[in-house]
Design a protein around this ligand. Sequence first.
Ligand SMILES: Nc1ncnc2c1ncn2[C@@H]1O[C@H](COP(=O)(O)OP(=O)(O)OP(=O)(O)O)[C@@H](O)[C@H]1O
Length: 257
Amino acid sequence: MPEARTPLLSVENLTIAFGGLVAVRDFSIAVAPGTIHALIGPNGAGKSTTFNCISRLYRPNAGRILFDGQDITRLPSSAMAGLGIARSFQNLELFNELTVYENILIGAHCHCGASLRDRLSARPPHLAAEIDRIIERTGLGAYRETKACNLDFGHQKLLELARALAIRPRLLLLDEPAAGLRNREIAILDGLLTDLARRDGLTILLVEHVMQLVMSISDRVTVLNFGTKIAEGTPQEVKSNPAVVEAYLGKETALHG
Ligand SMILES: Nc1ncnc2c1ncn2[C@@H]1O[C@H](COP(=O)(O)OP(=O)(O)OP(=O)(O)O)[C@@H](O)[C@H]1O
């Protein structure tokens, strides 16, 4: 059972406040290697804040974050890629004037700390083959030389995911990867994420509102409400949990993905 394995990522008793507002309180989560774990909850529940603590953009007031047994709570966000932690953002963070290939190339070079220009000019052949594999896998084959700004929204989202994959992560943190996607694109994302976890053994933690995707791909689901964990379990367990249904009251249909 995946749940019994030593977690790749553990968040222990995380608390973070903005002024007087406690955004996340005493929150813990354990993400087993090779699994897909979803973090869900109503708007303002603290999901992105938790993500920002894990990827070291925010500094928690209390608690610990362990990656593969190493305490990363005080490490800078710039150290994450080197450890094998990649993330995508809710608001896309692409280089609009660069092509699909170049955006992924920059992701692939992120370990080396070189300038943007150096990263673009250094094109070792082994990387080219790897980037082309990522481009094909993420369904961007027809857009290799297209500038990011000329892609439609769905393909821009896939490009963000492709760039995250280029760092060869062990842990992928995805902030609302399905937001704004059409059903057909969600189906592609579903297949891709499932394949990355099942075939490549990648560990994925995602924040997502699209319940159709969450319920389809997740091994475990953790539910936050008002900064506090209110439920955790398999998609089926979480879906029928009264506290979860109540948190989503008025939005119950959103849970039946
Ligand atoms: N940088 C910040 N400064 C002040 N308050 C913040 C900051 N970031 C988040 N918050 C507050 O913390 C709470 C949790 O916000 P957060 O964005 O983590 O929720 P969320 O679950 O990701 O919501 P959504 O699903 O709408 O993205 C909210 O009340 C929000 O206003």
